[in-house]
Design a protein around this ligand. Structure first.
Ligand SMILES: Cc1cc2nc3c(=O)[nH]c(=O)nc-3n(C[C@H](O)[C@H](O)[C@H](O)COP(=O)(O)OP(=O)(O)OC[C@H]3O[C@@H](n4cnc5c(N)ncnc54)[C@H](O)[C@@H]3O)c2cc1C
Length: 495
């Protein structure tokens, strides 16, 4: 007999779980706090411009291919591989370093500042690559019932990788490269996990391998939100309904099982089982009132960067600026050690710029450009007050204008700012943390909030703060893991 599943949240983890479960005969329904689907993978339409709200590119496309095969649907969007991943520049210099996937082109970028770059980079990438292939199936893409499972899995990893556990990304780079610029550029992968290279374990240098060698980076034709549109179109075909503007705030229990969830209007939502796509740590504390996830306990956990994002429409084109750009300063170590923990001043910010309309011309009116800026900032534990948002935005715009040599302030026709406050309120992101729980050794594997509930046998979790971690491909893997767990318990239920 078919079982009814209620999925709470329509982020990428929730959407892919819905389609995987529907294919297995489960009757799926979803509730979503926001007015449209996607969670952080969302979209803003304003003043004739269209912006992707969060993610702008991603790796491991084969996880999406594996997903569509599993859900028995056609790929509902098209990837575009980037030959040049991004450009990086440092304050005070006009020089741009282009990060090409082709190792010979890449070596040319750095030959002047890092002698023997090609050989050193080859060695660095081989080390990251062999580690990635050793752990991908054995550690990353698997469920853990308890710590012992995890420990046993860890013992199968080759001991030569052990030092990567206690070295930082920065220490690892120091072993291969001498140039400050090279080390700063290739440590940016730590920021993709929402932390700094100084407090991220060296195991994550495998991300350099995934971006430069393995599957590379991809955009989506028509913008990243095509992923969500494509998935929700498939869901309509399978009669999976999403109820928007519906936030789960409470619950009822009966005989040790969860009986129902309750939304903000007091309506009861009843199903046989529940999958929570809301942040797996925050939901346990905020809705299920678990003492081990109280605000005091959550505050002590390591949370990833908070985003300060700007969505700018300008009445001209900036054709000289590459698609994806990192604008770094001249005090990398000092800045990155401070930026997540204290109210640094943002007069000299570090930020990422995406010229959205370069890859998706329909996102801006003719002759104009749509720009997305992401500046990592402290979360609301460290900087609760964002009334200086306009001043911070003006600083970033002024710095960017100087660096691209276009006075943007004279050309902005549309401006939207999202501080950690808006990110928190939009998707229930704890204290505005953009990527969810951090990825230090105490918060990965069996130490991460589990994808099954500690108390109620009929609640499961999917998304960035449960297994395996943050980012779009991880959300897709997370749905695979939770569905594996559910079908192990409830079986394949073809109606
Ligand atoms: C600024 C930014 C840039 C990023 N860039 C990239 C990138 O370039 N590449 C990449 O791979 N990743 C990127 N990421 C990370 C990526 O967006 C996330 O890891 C991924 O989208 C998380 O998906 P999720 O399944 O955890 O769901 P989420 O996106 O967290 O969605 C959860 C959903 O649950 C809803 N919800 C929460 N609580 C409740 C409740 N109580 N009741 C009902 N609904 C609820 C929320 O409204 C939300 O829609 C970025 C993230 C941010 C913030």
């Amino acid at each position: 007999m078919s079982k009814k599943v209620l999925i709470i949240g329509s982020g990428l983890g929730g959407l892919t779980t819905a389609l995987r479960l529907a294919r297995r005969g489960y009757k799926v329904e979803m509730v979503e706090k926001a007015g449209q689907p996607g969670g952080r993978l969302n979209q803003i339409k304003k003043d004739g411009f269209t912006f992707d709200m969060g993610p702008t590119f991603f790796s491991m496309t084969y996880e999406f291919k594996d997903f569509v095969k599993d859900a028995e649907i056609d790929m509902p969007f098209k990837f575009k591989e980037l030959k040049t991943l991004y450009a990086v520049s440092f304050r005070g210099s006009d020089k741009k370093y282009f990060i090409h996937k082709n190792i010979d082109r890449l070596a040319k970028e750095f030959e002047a500042i890092e002698p023997d770059f090609k050989r050193k980079m080859g060695k660095f990438l081989r080390s990251g690559g062999s580690f990635f292939h050793d752990v991908e199936d054995k550690i990353l893409k698997r469920n853990y019932n308890h710590f012992l499972d995890y420990l046993l899995a860890m013992t199968t990893v080759h001991p030569k990788y052990l030092p990567k556990l206690w070295r930082s990304v920065w220490d690892e780079l120091n072993q291969y490269f001498d140039s400050r610029e090279v080390k700063e550029i290739f440590s940016l992968v730590a920021f993709f996990l929402g932390a700094t290279p100084f407090d991220t374990p060296a195991i994550y240098t495998l991300l350099s391998y995934t971006e430069l060698v393995h599957d590379g980076y991809h955009n989506v034709e028509g913008g990243m939100y095509r992923i969500v549109e494509g998935l929700t179109d498939e869901m309509k075909k399978k009669n999976i309904k999403i109820h928007y503007n519906t936030e789960i705030v409470d619950f009822n229990e009966e005989n040790g099982q969860l009986k129902s969830f309750i939304d903000q209007n007091g309506k009861e939502w009843i199903a046989d089982l529940y999958v929570v796509n809301s942040d797996a740590a925050f939901f346990r504390g905020n809705v299920l009132k678990r003492p081990s996830f109280s605000e005091e306990k959550l505050d002590k956990m390591r949370w990833s960067l908070a985003p300060f994002t700007l969505y700018l429409g300008i009445d001209r084109k900036i054709d000289d600026v590459p698609l994806h750009n990192y604008f770094l300063g001249d005090n990398f170590e000092e800045y990155s050690k401070k930026v997540f923990k204290s109210s640094v001043t943002f007069e000299k910010p570090y930020y990422y710029l995406n010229v959205v309309s370069r890859s998706d011309p329909n996102s801006a009116p003719e002759g104009m450009d749509a720009l997305f800026v992401l500046c990592p900032v402290p979360d609301l534990r460290f900087k609760p007050d964002w009334t200086d948002r306009d001043e911070i935005a003006a600083n970033i715009i002024s710095d960017l204008s100087e660096r691209i040599k276009v006075d943007l302030s004279r050309h902005i026709v549309s401006q939207t700012i999202m501080t950690p406050v808006e990110w928190r309120d939009a998707f229930n992101l704890y204290k505005g943390s953009g990527l969810g729980l951090g990825h230090d050794l105490k918060q990965i594997g069996s130490f991460r909030p589990k994808n099954f509930d500690e108390k109620f046998g009929n609640i499961f979790y999917v998304g960035a703060s449960t297994l395996p971690g943050t980012g779009l491909p991880m959300a897709v893997i997370s749905s695979k893991l939770v569905v594996e767990r559910i079908t192990k318990k409830y079986g394949l239920l073809h109606a």
